[in-house]
Ligand binder design. Structure first.
Ligand SMILES: Cc1ncc(COP(=O)(O)O)c(C=O)c1O
Length: 344
């Protein structure tokens, strides 16, 4: 165990409210695979939160949420356009290709964000029967690079996708952090901005496990439950995911946790600004910061704190906060940096 980690929001624990929600449903017996009243009620609650006429589905992992959302709308001859830094491209071990057979078309971006301008050149050439057919534009909100799409930027991508007969998918493993930062509702961030299918993550923001997929075009993803079983994301004791989401939605726990994580990243950035040796690589928008620091400092700090190097050559590290990052953690880290800054 590490007392302090800035490695990932996945390094956090479980919110105590979620633990007690799990304990509350840990009595007696209950039908499995989602055939229980709590699951029906929480799915309906999620559907209402995202604006009605949506269809919500629970899965166990964020990778599962991406693959299942995409599988529900893709055939093997399709292609998904994404940023080259996208989790589906870099960190899912080819799951999309294995499970669906579809292709990824990664695009280089300066900041982890796609734009219609970056995508447009793909459409200059006709794609006939010899080529994979573009079907989905997939974005992450917030991105793996800690950046955010504005509502207008999502709308522009959705319009571009729809004009070209494509769908817009949002990997929302950190959708809560994005909504907190943009100060908008989950519906405004997704459905109202034109997204077709999205995920609303919980694991990184206080849950033990569990992610929700929300489809705004349910008729397109009507076979999702069959695919869910095939890719082993149908959790038998479903009430334990539902109970966590019920707690997550109650009094907007998801928002409180995300606001806190974002605020802690902001505070860390503010404190690190004291050191001329440390440069913030991009603006802190959500719960992560990317900083360039003297190469020699990195292994010394890593002896005490868990965090990862993002770009070895440029000495850029990623520092990530979560719902259970405390101000004391930040103070302690900054003190360690101060010692290095003042040592010869
Ligand atoms: C943007 C994004 N999407 C999806 C995932 C996948 O989550 P999991 O590790 O639960 O499969 C992650 C996890 O790091 C992520 O950062």
């Amino acid at each position: 165990m590490f007392p302090i980690s800035f490695g990932s929001d996945n390094h956090s624990g479980i919110h105590y409210t979620v633990i007690s929600a799990l304990q509350k449903v840990n009595v007696g017996f209950c039908p499995a695979y989602g055939d229980d009243p709590l699951t029906a009620a929480v799915l309906a609650q999620l559907e209402a939160l995202f604006g009605g006429d949506a269809a919500a589905t629970f899965v166990m992992t964020g990778t599962g949420a991406n693959i299942l959302a995409l599988q529900s709308v893709l055939s093997s001859f399709h292609a998904v356009i994404c940023a080259d830094t996208a989790h589906i491209n870099v960190d899912e071990c080819g799951a999309l290709q294995k499970c669906i057979g579809a292709r990824l078309m990664p695009i280089k971006t300066p900041d982890g964000k796609l734009t219609p301008k970056l995508i447009a050149p793909l459409f200059l050439l006709d794609r006939d029967q010899h080529h994979s057919q573009y079907k989905v534009i997939s974005i992450s909100q917030s991105t793996e690079y800690g950046t955010l799409y504005t509502l207008e930027e999502i709308r522009a991508l959705a319009d571009f996708a729809h004009e070209h007969g494509l769908l817009l998918h949002i990997d929302g493993a950190r959708l809560a952090n994005a909504a907190a930062a943009l100060n908008c509702s989950l519906k405004e961030l997704t459905k109202d901005a034109g997204a077709d299918i999205i995920s609303f993550g919980g694991t990184k923001n206080g849950l033990l496990f569990g992610e929700a997929i929300i489809s705004f075009v349910p008729e397109l993803s009507q076979d999702i439950r069959f695919y869910r079983k095939q890719i082993t994301q149908l959790f038998s004791k479903m009430r334990f995911i539902s109970a966590q989401y019920e707690a997550y939605l109650t009094r907007d726990l998801w928002l409180e946790c995300a606001r806190h994580a974002n605020a802690m990243a902001g505070l860390l950035a503010e404190k690190l600004a004291e050191f001329p040796q440390i440069k913030l690589v991009n603006k802190v928008e959500v719960n992560s910061l990317f900083v360039k620091m003297p190469a020699a400092w990195i292994p010394i700090l890593q002896e005490k704190y868990l965090f990862y190097t993002w770009d070895e050559a440029k000495h850029i590290v990623r520092l990530m906060c979560s719902f259970n990052t405390l101000e004391e953690h930040i103070e302690e880290f900054v003190e360690s940096v101060r010692e290095l800054a003042h040592s010869k």
